[in-house]
Design a binder for this molecule. Structure first.
Ligand code: FES
Length: 220
């Protein structure tokens, strides 16, 4: 499993060595990613032949969809966002700062599904919490809007320093039709997007490595 997907996946990091004040991914970075994914959307499937222990053997359906990918998260700085490809989709891993996590408090009444109860993009039980993650600081999500599939942009600058209004706590904006999400991918109420950003099945291999597309219950 050690080399799972390591040679085939694309990844990028923004916000290197910076804090909550900075923005990522940029518009150009996002476009570049989408173009790259469009050109090589099947890249993740290349790893489908990697053997697994029998007890964790993926189903035929899972294999055809694309193998799990292993991601080194040790090089994501506080406030940084790393993008990797899984099944042709961009998956974001955000290392949230304490300030970012605090921004989640008190938002429930403004959100469409604050408890991640909706079933369209079912949230794994281990992410059915305010921060929607296994470890509070590490957020893993599919960077695709639940409305019509655009890729949101991160708007991590909060308050008056942002272009999102003085009370903006930081989060994500889908530029296609204006849906907004908090820093845990929870969609705000009365927006076109009907659901929160998807949290894919994932698990920790070590403190610095995660696998996307598989957890203790099997493959996605
Ligand atoms: S695709 Fe995101 S708001 Fe429409």
């Amino acid at each position: 499993m050690g080399n799972m997907g390591e040679n085939t996946k694309k990844e990028s990091i923004v916000n290197q060595g910076v804090s909550f004040k900075q923005i990522g991914p940029s518009e150009s970075e996002r476009r570049k990613w989408l173009i790259a994914c469009g050109a090589t959307g099947g890249a993740a499937a290349v790893a489908a032949g990697i053997p697994f222990a029998v007890s964790m053997a993926p189903s035929e359906k899972a294999k055809s969809a694309g193998a799990p990918v292993e991601v080194d998260i040790s090089n994501i700085p506080p406030g940084g966002l790393k993008t990797v490809e899984w099944r042709g989709k961009p998956v974001w891993i955000v290392r949230r700062t304490p300030e970012m996590l605090e921004s989640l408090d008190g938002l429930d009444s403004k959100l469409a599904d604050p408890k991640s109860a909706r079933k369209e993009y079912p949230t794994p039980d281990y992410a059915k919490n305010t921060h929607r993650s296994i470890k509070p600081e590490i957020f893993v999500t599919v960077g695709i809007c639940s409305h019509l599939g655009c890729s949101p942009v991160s708007k991590f600058v909060k308050g008056a320093g942002s272009d999102m209004g003085n009370d903006w706590p930081g989060g994500f904006l889908c530029p296609c039709h204006g849906s907004t999400f908090d820093i845990a991918g929870r969609v705000y109420a009365n927006k076109p997007a009907p659901d929160n950003l998807e949290v894919p099945r994932h698990m920790y291999v070590t403190d610095s490595k995660i696998v996307i597309g598989r957890d203790e219950n099997g493959e996605a």
